[in-house]
Design a protein around this ligand. Structure first.
Ligand code: BES
Ligand code: ZN
Length: 618
């Protein structure tokens, strides 16, 4: 079999183009990272000891670095000469002179400071925290920011076990098992080999409460109880559902840290310490799917890892697939499908929003060989096209019963290592050799390498969306008919909806805007009635709901909501809301969007700030 032969590289896994180094010449046995913190200068002082082995004769060790101020390098205890290459999008090559023959074990010791240009860290002044008592800092290394925290083989193809320590006056968390606290020194052990993008650190006025027999939530003291309430109901159920699907959780504890508002993602699967956005804390336990997602990464991503960001779908597509299987195991198949329906429409919207760049960025396997920034390629595509491909494979081989044994097989085969799409394909075809004809029916070339929507839309179970679509249809029909809306609709229409059903309702309402002969701005009266009857939306504590509410009202050019949206944007640093939020506001009032952005800019994470600036052409 080789349905994707033309794309196959000479040796597997394919080389990572998003790194500057000769990583494939080495094996990393263990890494010690020690940090101290300079809160004044907002930098970390770092020391590393990396235990390496050569796989070939080498002339030098080249590590990734980005805006690092390296003080010294030593090889096996002897000072070694080092130099930096010219800076580019991927950082600067950091070269240590070391002539070492094949199959030799050796140690590299490094001493460095991060700088104020570090893209992996954000330092927050006291005032930017909830409690306003202590400063805070945290890291976000995925995709290629680890190189601005420590010099390393910053590629998901290289894994190492770690011993971490950090000395500081506030509690700290790192992506390992808490090992000891000795005065101001916090130590963590990560015995499972992990790639550099999973190295994480955070510190501030944080405290913890249990959310399950092997889980805690950490946050600032003022909201830790709310965080516990949000997650304690589901955490252990998620863990057990995932273990049943794959195999036992190998990381010991699963803890989550709820960060300040500037955390730019929904969640980040840092091992033993998932980082999440405070926008999950809505009081209704309706954003826990993000925790199921980050937990699922404990297998897909953290044990079995994409070997480069070109094969990112192996991390995220698998994770979304597992996340929905977890939800399905707990709440039933209809819930799984409901989530997939939302995902499908996200995918449609995101590919549409790409415009001309969809040609490049909407393929499942990405091409980053021009050494562009993997953050620029980030989109819903690897998540939704990827999970839909796995769902299609599941149906093609004969459903869950036939597909499910493949899950532990695949995760066992590749755990502690990193792979590419070709290896995934080989493993799939080998496992299902009796179903080859069926698998051959899948148009792999189209799924993996062609831009645009997936070729097949699954026959989703619409039980949970039907009533939502119904209500939306009634609204649009009555609005077009100029019926008396106040008589036709009542607050109770939406009272039984889950937050996610409300999300779908509001998105469906917004989607009518794209119909040829209908624009909400021509029916502002209807938007006004909607606000009166379903007032609960305007005051929702659920960020997902509130955001869709703004999208509908502001998208319909209902001016009353422009400032509400602007002010709300000052409270959400999660890019999922901040980026489309500013784009939405700019689409109706560019100057207003810019003035709100200027007002709140300092609250955002550097990654988010840069992205919104790009979006607003600033
Ligand atoms: N690993 C990602 C976050 C990420 C991806 C950070 C690429 C930097 C570069 C994480 O697991 C994720 O996918 N988070 C989602 C939530 C999820 C429920 C889809 C997010 O942040 O919205
Ligand atoms: Zn993810």
């Amino acid at each position: 079999m080789d349905v994707i032969a033309p794309h196959r590289p000479q040796s597997l896994p394919e080389r990572d183009p998003s790194t500057l180094l000769n990583y494939f010449q080495f094996k990393v046995h263990h890494t010690k990272l020690d940090f101290t913190v300079d809160w004044e200068k907002k930098i970390l002082h770092g020391k590393a000891n990396i235990a390496l082995e050569t796989l070939e004769d080498v002339e030098s060790v080249i590590l990734d670095s980005s805006y690092l101020d390296v003080k010294s390098a030593a090889v096996d205890g002897k000072n070694a000469a080092f130099s930096f290459g010219e800076r580019g999008i991927l950082g600067s090559e950091f070269k240590i002179e070391a002539k070492i023959p094949k199959n030799t074990k050796f140690n590299v010791d490094l001493v460095w400071n991060t700088t104020d240009q570090c893209t992996a860290l954000q330092f927050l002044e006291k005032d930017a925290t909830d409690g306003k008592k202590e400063p805070y800092f945290f890291s976000q290394c995925q995709a290629i920011h680890a190189r601005s925290l420590f010099p390393f083989f910053d590629t998901p193809a290289v894994k190492s076990s770690y011993s971490f320590s950090v000395e500081l006056k506030l509690p700290a968390l790192m992506s390992g098992r808490p090992a000891s606290v000795d005065g101001n020194i916090y130590k963590f052990e990560q015995p499972i080999p992990i790639p550099s993008y999973l190295v994480a650190i955070a510190s501030g006025d944080i405290t913890k409460l249990p959310i399950g027999p092997r889980s805690h939530v950490y946050s600032e003291p003022s909201r830790v109880q709310a965080c516990q309430h949000e997650f304690e109901h589901d955490m252990e159920n998620f863990l057990q559902a995932a273990e049943k699907l794959v195999f036992p959780y190998e990381w010991d504890q699963y803890d989550a840290l709820v960060l300040p508002l500037s955390f730019p993602y929904g969640g980040m699967e840092n091992p033993n310490a998932t980082f999440v956005t405070p926008t999950l804390i809505s009081g209704d336990r309706e954003n826990v799917d993000v925790v199921a997602h980050e937990l699922a990464h404990s297998w897909s991503g953290n044990l079995v890892t994409n070997c480069s960001w070109e094969h990112f779908w192996l991390n995220e597509g698998w994770t979304v697939y597992l996340e929905r299987r977890i939800q399905g195991a707990i709440h039933g198949e209809a819930t799984r499908h409901f989530s997939a329906i939302i995902g499908w429409s996200d995918l449609e919207n995101s590919i549409k929003a790409m415009g001309d760049s969809a040609e490049r960025y909407s393929t499942l396997v990405q091409d980053l060989k021009d050494r562009s920034d993997p953050d620029d390629a980030f989109s819903t595509v690897p998540y939704e096209k990827g999970s839909n491909l796995l769902f299609l494979i599941e149906r093609t081989v004969g459903g869950k019963e036939v597909f499910d044994p493949f899950i532990p097989h695949y995760f066992n085969k590749f755990k502690y290592s990193s792979l590419d799409t070709y290896q995934f394909m080989d493993t799939l075809y080998a496992f299902f050799k009796d179903h080859k004809e069926k698998l051959d029916l899948i148009d792999w070339e189209l799924w993996l390498y062609k831009p645009g929507m997936p070729p097949v839309k699954p026959d989703f179970d619409t039980t949970l969306v039907d009533q939502v679509y119904n209500l939306a249809d009634r609204w649009i029909y009555a609005t077009r008919n100029n019926d008396d809306l106040t008589k036709l609709f009542k607050p109770s229409d939406i009272e039984g909806f889950t937050a996610n059903q409300s999300v779908v309702f509001l998105e469906t309402m917004s989607s009518f805007n794209k119909l040829d002969n209908f624009k909400w701005k021509d029916f502002r009266g209807a938007l006004h009635v909607l606000d009166q009857v379903y007032h609960a939306y305007a005051t929702s504590s659920n960020a997902e709901v509130l955001f869709r509410w703004f999208a509908l009202q502001v998208g319909g050019e209902n001016r009353r909501f422009y400032d509400q949206l602007g002010e709300w944007l000052g409270t959400v640093g999660r890019m999922k809301f901040a980026r489309p939020g500013y784009r939405l506001l700019a689409s109706v009032d560019y100057d207003l969007a810019v003035s709100y952005f200027k007002k709140f800019e300092s609250r955002y994470h550097p990654i988010c700030r840069a992205m919104v600036k790009k979006d607003l052409n600033l």
